[in-house]
Design a protein around this ligand. Structure first.
Ligand SMILES: *Cc1c(COP(=O)(O)O)cnc(C)c1O
Length: 435
């Protein structure tokens, strides 16, 4: 802030009150993405937030410094009311966290240097020695590995259930988890979901999980990885989840040019994670946070376009004679899954599985023939990507477990981007000809 023309005591220095409503009308997230959480008055009138490259923040007085540290260390409830040190927080990340909260209707959000950092710090914040984590399956492979291999070293065990489980199945799993926790001398510390599952696109009934957790009298958060459908097509906090988790690397970042993650939920669920992030680090860096602010301005446009494109492409693929089937949320065959979709989802997304007639050889010929779609793992970018999970992302999964999860040799995973849909169809058409 320059001091050449502004009197620091003048009202011009005061941040303007944030407008989130006009005439009783709640402003939509797509509107709030242009300004929420940032006042140009505090940054030389800069319309866009500058990137704040600083490791530490000057205190107005020693008493302020003391007060800030009381908040940071938890000596005073409510957390820090000012910026202290960039491992704890910084302006770009705070603006990002404010804007991420808006999309999920959350009270608070925390940003991380990757989706996996968010997931690991979240779990470590809640899991104590001898506790049990209940989780849906399949999870993102690294999440599953963190629970089964890393947390296991601290005596933390897990009980898992398939994504499509019924209320009765979930009740049984929670009873088993409670008994397991009791025998280990711990507690059920978290119910961790991922919906839709990858690559099957099986949906978890979050409302049923909420009801089951409440009936079982469990005092633990329900967290859900919402990377595949969030923030546009699914808002799990509305179905009773407590914490949403994101790899911002995917749809939110959306340009395949950054790695970041976040969690969001009520402050009481965020506070323990914030404390651990303060200790461990893992907060997203200011440059990445700035890029994400730019991404958030177009996330709705990009996701809508990608979703429309995927619907067009899937319509085409479903009718093709070389296609055995599609795992696409816009074409669900199972009535129970359709019911979950109708209650939980606002759109079918743009990531789906294509089952070709044949096996690995046919999939490889198809992948090697694509001219527009790129052969890469990941999803949610502006460009269309295709990969072969059985030989790539899920190669390390044991064959039996792979079959159980529906990861067959004839499955191609596709994430549709925002290209012209007819160009994409032309590309898939010529690649199918080459199969
Ligand atoms: C990519 C991904 C992650 C991990 O995120 P990173 O940003 O790569 O650490 C977690 N969950 C899901 C569903 C993902 O697709």
């Amino acid at each position: 802030m320059s001091d050449h023309d502004i009197d620091p005591t003048s009202p011009r220095m005061a941040p303007k009150p944030e407008v989130t409503k006009i005439g009783g009308r709640e402003l939509k997230p797509s509107t709030l993405m242009m300004g929420h959480g940032f006042d140009p008055v505090l940054s030389e009138g800069s319309l866009k937030p500058p990137i704040f490259l600083t490791s530490t923040f000057a205190f107005p007085s020693a008493a302020d410094g003391k007060r800030h540290f009381e908040g940071i260390t938890g000596k005073r409830p409510g957390g820090s009311d000012g910026l202290v040190y960039s491992r704890f927080n910084a302006p770009n990340q705070e603006i990002l966290e404010d804007r991420l909260s808006v999309w999920d209707g959350a009270e608070d959000a925390l940003s991380f240097s990757s989706g996996m950092t968010a997931i690991c710090v979240l779990m470590l914040a809640y899991a104590n020695q001898n506790d049990v984590i209940v989780h849906s399956g399949p999870l993102y492979a690294a999440s599953e590995g963190f629970v089964a291999k890393v947390l296991a070293r601290f005596g933390i065990t897990y009980v898992d259930f398939p994504a499509g489980a019924t209320r009765e199945d979930i009740d049984a799993v929670l009873s088993k988890a409670k008994a397991q926790a009791k025998s280990q001398g711990g507690n059920v510390c978290m119910v961790y979901l991922e919906s839709p599952g990858n690559p099957t696109n099986a949906l978890v009934d979050v409302e049923a999980v909420r009801a089951a957790v409440d009936e079982a009298g469990l005092d633990c958060p329900i967290a859900i990885d919402n990377t595949f459908l969030g923030p546009l097509w699914q808002r799990p906090l509305d179905q009773g989840a407590d914490i949403v988790v994101y790899s911002l690397t995917k749809y939110v970042g959306g340009h395949s040019d950054l790695v970041a993650g976040s969690i969001a939920g009520a402050k009481k669920w965020m506070d323990p994670v914030r404390m651990l992030r303060n200790t461990m680090g893992g907060i997203c860096d200011p440059n990445t946070a700035w890029m994400l602010l730019r991404s958030l301005e177009t996330v709705e446009l990009r996701m809508q376009r990608a979703g429309d494109n995927a619907a067009r492409v899937c319509d085409y693929l479903a009718k093709h004679p070389k296609v055995e089937g599609l795992g696409y949320l816009g074409m669900i065959k199972d009535a129970r899954q359709q019911d979950i979709y109708d209650r939980h989802c606002k759109g079918a997304g743009s990531t789906f599985s294509l089952l070709l007639k044949g096996g690995e050889a046919e999939c490889f010929r198809f992948l090697d023939s694509l001219k527009i779609a790129k052969l890469a793992v990941s999803l949610g970018g502006t460009e269309t990507l295709a990969s072969h999970p059985a030989s790539m992302t899920h190669l390390s999964v044991a064959e039996g477990r792979r079959a159980e999860l529906g990861i067959s040799d004839n499955l191609v995973r596709i994430s549709i981007g925002i290209e012209d849909p007819d160009d994409l169809i032309a590309d898939f058409e010529q690649a199918l000809e080459a199969v």
